[in-house]
Write a protein that binds this ligand. Structure first.
Ligand SMILES: NC(=O)c1ccc[n+]([C@@H]2O[C@H](COP(=O)([O-])OP(=O)(O)OC[C@H]3O[C@@H](n4cnc5c(N)ncnc54)[C@H](OP(=O)(O)O)[C@@H]3O)[C@@H](O)[C@H]2O)c1
Length: 324
């Protein structure tokens, strides 16, 4: 019997229910995977709480994982039992076994572990598109990354530094500051204690930033706009502290003809071709040493409630996995 963590009604971490589920044989175009590791993401909490609407109740939580192909449905020719694979998707990853459309899977290079793949498919691909596509980070750019010691944050700081940027990160504690500095940040701001806008002005000697990557949302808005130089890019890609409130477009004018975007992974890495290109670039970044992907926290799948509590109370750093 397959074990999964399901949500029957949205709410706090207590609604995550570890239980038996039936998984039918894989359908046409589907692959059955025995999962080895599941990535923990803030997005998982949005679906659980109802901030993001799941298509139906109950649903299996979770949005990325890695595992081994155990069988394939009709029409699948490019995957075989024993293949090491990983994916990101909308929901369904908090489980020991599952079926998934073959087009969502990528094969893993030998040197990438299942746990690394499980935390890279959503977080690493997101960092790829944010830094390469949403705003193309180039040598000399000054980049502000909020929550720099988080799952996305640590990868983004390393990658932005490797692209030649000057990286400023915000973090919630001194321990997180040390970690961010060891992972590509040139400057760290303790935004719970310091006025991050004033510090960005000071650090940049008034020149401000080319781009702000903001996954924190409500708490860092509108301060993030004040950190941008004229024609800078505000990339609001998440809501860890709550969604950015509605605002007037005139704010962008007042802050210097800014650009603003609210991107999501599926709009950048939605086609098979985009997925394979992005995954190749991301795995190459790991294999050539540009990106280090340690696993900072590991939980048993049945302890998903604790994992969500830790993530939402800012007790985690870097990447976390659930072990089926
Ligand atoms: N748009 C996309 O395509 C996309 C894809 C993936 C993820 N995301 C977004 O990326 C962001 C980071 O995701 P993640 O999974 O890597 O999470 P994470 O950064 O590991 O965890 C969130 C961090 O946000 C900071 N934070 C600030 N205010 C907070 C608050 N009130 N409550 C909780 N945390 C707060 C905390 O760091 P400090 O203690 O240092 O402040 C916390 O550790 C999320 O907003 C997520 O939705 C977006």
């Amino acid at each position: 019997m397959t074990k999964a963590v399901r949500v029957h009604q949205v709410g706090g971490p207590e609604v995550l229910t570890y239980e038996d589920v039936d998984v039918p044989p894989p359908g046409h175009g589907e692959v059955r995977i025995s999962q080895h590791a599941i990535g923990l993401n803030f997005i998982d909490t949005y679906y659980r709480s109802g901030l993001y609407k799941a298509p139906a109740l109950p649903f299996i939580a979770g949005n990325e994982a890695s595992g081994e192909v155990v069988s394939v449905g009709s029409g699948v020719t490019n995957f075989h039992p024993g293949d090491r694979v990983a994916y990101y998707t909308n929901l369904g990853s908090y489980t020991t076994e599952r079926n998934i459309v073959a087009d969502k899977l990528v094969k893993l290079p030998d040197a990438i572990t299942h746990e690394q793949a499980a935390v890279l498919m959503l977080k690493g691909l997101t960092v790829f598109y944010l830094l390469h596509k949403t705003f193309r980070v180039e040598p000399g750019h000054r980049v502000l990354i909020h929550a720099a010691a988080g799952g996305i944050g640590l990868l983004a700081c390393q990658w932005a530094k490797a692209l030649g940027a000057n990286v400023i990160g915000t973090v919630g504690s001194k321990e997180k500051a040390e970690l961010a500095l060891a992972n590509g940040c040139d400057h760290v701001i303790l935004y719970n204690e310091e006025d991050f806008v004033a510090r960005v002005k000071q650090i940049s000697r008034g020149e401000l930033c080319d781009v702000v990557y903001d996954g924190v949302g409500k708490a860092t808005f509108p301060g993030s706009l004040s950190c941008l130089k004229p024609r800078g890019m505000f990339v609001s890609f998440g809501n860890a502290s709550g969604p950015v409130p509605p605002f007037s477009l005139l704010e962008l004018n007042n802050h210097g003809s800014l650009f603003a975007t609210r991107p999501k992974l599926n709009d950048y890495v939605g086609t098979r071709r985009e997925l394979l290109e992005a995954a190749d670039t991301m795995f190459a970044a790991v294999l050539n040493g540009k990106l280090h992907v340690p696993i900072h926290h590991a939980y048993a799948l049945k302890d998903a409630q604790k994992a969500h509590r830790d993530l939402e109370s800012r007790a985690t750093v870097g990447a976390s996995v659930l072990r089926p």
